[in-house]
Design a protein around this ligand. Structure first.
Ligand code: SME
Length: 147
């Protein structure tokens, strides 16, 4: 699986809503170094864990401003973290995680949620991943609700 194939698969899937988000996370988890792949949806002031692939996490609900995920919403900005050990405001899912990327899912300027990926290698995620995940986020935003 390549990033282009992930986008193609999601764009052509008949699924909608959470089922489509699960298709997307399953595809993403096949990319090298995408070791935990999940979606959080924003419900009021809380990020709620939605579709994911990887080890179960304790962080099923994250308030705005808390952790890398909550910071992305608070600042309205994607987060690309080279080494999570350098952060104070970090919620650990797995002791193996070294890098993390969070890309916001927005529709007409409203944050619907976010894509959160953890990697076991330092510096795993770059601007290229951010660009690719932003395209994926747009596909998910356009099909956010169940058909
Ligand atoms: N590391 C995230 C929490 C989510 S887990 O990685 C799945 C954070 O700091 O917000």
């Amino acid at each position: 699986m390549t990033p282009a194939q992930v986008l193609e698969l999601v764009a052509s899937s008949p699924e909608r809503g959470q089922a489509l988000r699960q298709v997307a996370m399953t595809a993403l988890s096949e990319l090298s170094g995408y070791d935990w792949c999940g979606i959080y949806r924003l419900e009021g002031d809380i990020l709620v864990l939605d579709a994911f692939v990887g080890a179960p996490t304790d962080h099923t609900q994250i308030p705005i401003g808390v952790g890398v995920c909550g910071t992305a919403v608070k600042e309205g900005k994607n987060q690309v973290i080279s080494d999570v050990r350098e952060l104070d405001n970090y919620l650990s899912c797995s002791t193996q995680t070294r890098s993390e990327i969070v890309v916001l899912i927005e529709r007409e300027g409203v944050v619907l949620g976010q894509i959160d990926i953890d990697g076991h290698d330092i510096n795993r995620f770059t601007g290229e991943d951010e660009e690719f995940l932003t395209q994926l986020a747009a596909l998910l935003a356009a099909n956010w609700d169940e058909a």
